[in-house]
Design a protein around this ligand. Structure first.
Ligand SMILES: *Cc1c(COP(=O)(O)O)cnc(C)c1O
Length: 703
């Protein structure tokens, strides 16, 4: 295991880079990124953009050199000044912080503790809270087998390759220390022998993220394994994880003397935090009834999925193994707690984490207007005492400084929008100026991002070729892509309801589209399937076989290992972002937002956020109804029709200057209309007004 002490001594003059390396703040501040690159380009590459690992790899002589280099020092001083100034700003007034709980956080590839959209949203939320100076702390788990890499076999089957255990020392994580300098560990109730949990910390600018792990020496091997795998399919292990996340997470905050005014549960997994919150309120002198009331008033819950598989329901007997002794120890009525997690229409099903969270949250919301309507329908029978549960909507957003490509697109915005978009990203007036960007400049920037994407795919393919991947796979990874061809992107989790094969519905028609001699189309697919989702894996295999089929002329690619790094290339580098879920199952979807803000218009089913986002001029929409008949055939027809009759002609219709002005108009509309409304600034302001502030006031008022 690498240890902090293995970092070579960094000269005093540039000592601040150690703190900066451990603060993921650098990931959304391009100057800081430049600083690490300038420090040692080779180590930067070798560490795959992980400054902590980089500091382990770097030669001490190089550090000494940098500390003498006036050019490096000027950049260093500038970045450190900006960093210090950001940390020194006063926080927004709140009587206590918001504790934001989530089972996964997707902040950067150097901290692989996320699976997909939920985690990316959580990561974007913490970054935005830092930008807004909102007092927030994150609480999650570290998964010691964080690395599962996707490798496509020759027959197209995706394999999940487990890597060695995640090495805390090589990631931007530090142990939280107690006053005596020893690492902070806690015991979480409910385990015999006692279970020890260590608390680690990542920094996201102004926001600390506390991450719990059971992988510590004092625990038995089977207990160490509890926090190994994110979304394990072993129910018992999963319950233990959620118990540790919720109860352990609240205890970690208590041990650190952090008294959250508001608890925000991002999805139902951490809902046991509310049981521990009740316990803490009772310890401060409240009766059970008063503690329950206060917990409700100060809890915000966001539900994310209309799919039953997205909701955890545990057998009562299993839950009771933890809940019964807990309730007994603290004088909490056990039947009441179990009852709060019971679905009235299906009481035998077990303890439902979403039902429990809904009943105990004063503010509950879905993640788009459409999803909130669907969630109200699904959960309409759930009441707290006699009170109907209200499900509000707060539509998701994306963190613009993370997702708008920094080198070219952000600079273009700086040039035409001034500093306004950085200071007031949610102000539609600021974005009006997008209309003034000259078509040729936007087009040139976009074309360059597309070339950068294709070069990145080639570099990945080359690496896999060196590692011995079969030649046909190398072609299928995108080696034959052409930067002058209209390029569709489809990248997300491969699972049945997202219908990644909708584009494949009529193979003859698809072949015609992609092999058209004058106006061809190419498609880049990427995405992982959950290890247990065999249907999702079959879908990958289906796409991969086409990617290898010579009759599609190398114009269909499937790229391995979709993660945040690849996502950043894709959302800025393709021409059109395609989304084909089965309505109403896409709660929000955020990748389309990321594409739009880079000037990549969305071609999507009217589901999730798109009914709110689509204006008629900023992209293309189809098929939002919920009628099941002939569903795939109808949607595929409309998808092909839009491509053949609208999008392909628009893309290839060039002015005398070689620029597709009609298409560029749609690109600009995508940026102008989507950026201010679907950014995390707008989202968090909405949470602040509807949920955080009222909850914090209630917290201050009572006991
Ligand atoms: C944005 C993102 C997602 C979520 O995309 P959806 O459109 O919500 O499916 C998943 N994975 C990664 C790596 C992302 O960046």
């Amino acid at each position: 295991m690498l240890r902090l002490s293995n970092i070579p001594r960094v000269p005093e003059r540039i000592r601040g880079i150690v703190d900066l390396a451990y603060d993921l703040w650098w990931t959304w501040h391009p100057q800081a990124r430049r600083l690490f690159r300038a420090l040692d380009y080779q180590a930067w590459r070798e560490s795959t953009h992980n400054p902590v690992l980089m500091l382990h790899l770097i030669r001490p002589e190089r550090l000494a050199e940098a500390a003498q280099d006036p050019g490096f020092l000027a950049l260093y001083d500038q970045v450190m000044a900006e960093y210090q100034a950001d940390l020194a700003r006063p926080s927004l007034e709140l009587p206590g912080p918001i504790a934001y709980f989530c089972a996964e956080f997707g902040i950067h590839v150097s901290l692989p503790i996320y699976a997909g959209g939920l985690g990316i949203l959580a990561g974007d939320t913490l970054k935005e809270a830092s930008d807004m100076a909102l007092p927030m702390v994150g609480v999650g788990l570290v998964y010691s087998q964080g690395y599962v890499t996707q490798r496509i076999r020759e027959d197209g089957w995706p394999e999940d390759v487990h890597h060695m255990a995640l090495d805390h020392g090589a990631h931007p994580l530090r142990p939280v220390l107690q006053r005596n300098g020893e690492p902070l560990t806690l015991t979480v109730p409910g385990f015999d022998p006692p279970l020890h949990v260590q608390v680690l910390q990542a920094r996201v600018g102004r926001v600390p993220l506390f991450l719990l792990t059971t992988d510590v020496e004092e625990n038995s091997p089977w207990d160490r394994a509890i926090s190994q795998q994110l979304y394990t399919t072993d129910m018992e292990q999963r319950l233990k994880q959620e118990w540790i996340l919720g109860v352990g997470g609240m205890r970690a905050l208590e041990a650190l003397d952090i008294r959250p005014a508001v608890v925000h549960l991002n999805e139902g997994h951490p809902a046991f935090a509310l049981l521990e919150r009740i316990r803490q309120f009772m310890a401060s002198g409240l009766s059970f009834a008063a503690a329950l009331k206060k917990t409700r008033e100060t809890t915000v819950f966001t539900t994310h999925t209309p799919l039953p598989a997205g909701t955890d329901v545990f057998p009562f007997a299993l839950v009771d193994r933890f809940v019964a002794p807990f309730c007994q120890a603290y004088g909490i009525p056990r039947e009441t707690i179990l009852g709060l997690g019971t679905h009235p229409q299906d009481p035998a099903a077990g303890f439902n984490m979403t039902v429990f969270a809904l009943r105990l949250s004063g503010h509950a919301n879905g993640v788009s207007r459409r999803h909130a309507e669907v969630a109200r329908r699904i959960w309409q029978g759930i009441r707290f005492e006699n009170e109907e549960i209200r499900i509000d909507s707060v539509t998701n957003g994306v963190h613009l400084f993370t997702w708008i490509e920094p080198l070219r697109v952000q600079r273009l915005l700086d040039k035409y929008l001034g500093r306004g978009w950085r200071e007031r990203p949610d102000d539609p007036a600021v974005w009006e100026k997008v209309r003034e960007i000259p078509d040729d400049e936007l087009w040139a920037v976009h074309q360059e991002r597309k070339e950068a994407l294709i070069a990145e795919l080639a570099a990945r393919a080359r690496k896999r070729w060196q590692q011995g991947a079969p030649a046909a796979n190398i072609l299928a990874f995108g080696s034959l892509l052409d930067p002058h061809v209209l390029t569709l992107g489809f990248a997300r989790r491969f699972t049945a309801y997202k219908r990644p094969d909708l584009l494949l519905h009529d193979l003859e028609r698809l072949r015609k589209l992609v092999t058209d001699p004058l106006r061809p189309v190419q498609i880049i697919f990427a995405g992982k399937a959950h290890p247990a989702d065999l249907e999702g894996k079959r879908l990958i295999q289906k796409v991969f076989r086409l990617a290898k089929d010579p009759s599609f002329a190398g114009r269909i690619a499937f790229v391995e290992e979709y993660d945040q790094h690849l996502a950043r290339f894709l959302v800025a580098g393709v021409d059109v972002w395609v989304n084909t879920p089965l309505p109403p199952l896409e709660a929000s979807g955020t990748s389309g937002m990321k594409a739009c803000v880079n000037g990549v218009p969305h071609l999507s089913i009217l589901d999730g956020w798109w009914p709110e986002g689509y204006t008629g001029e900023n992209g293309w929409a189809f098929g939002g109804d919920e009628t099941p008949e002939e569903r795939n055939a109808r949607d595929a027809q409309e998808l092909y029709r839009l491509l053949e009759e609208v999008i392909v002609p628009l893309y290839y219709e060039r002015g005398p200057d070689g620029i597709p002005h009609g298409f560029v108009r749609v690109m600009k509309e995508a940026i102008r209309t989507v950026a201010p409304r679907f950014c995390t600034r707008r989202m968090l302001k909405e949470y602040w007004g509807k949920a955080y502030r009222p909850a914090a006031e209630a917290w201050e008022k009572g006991g």
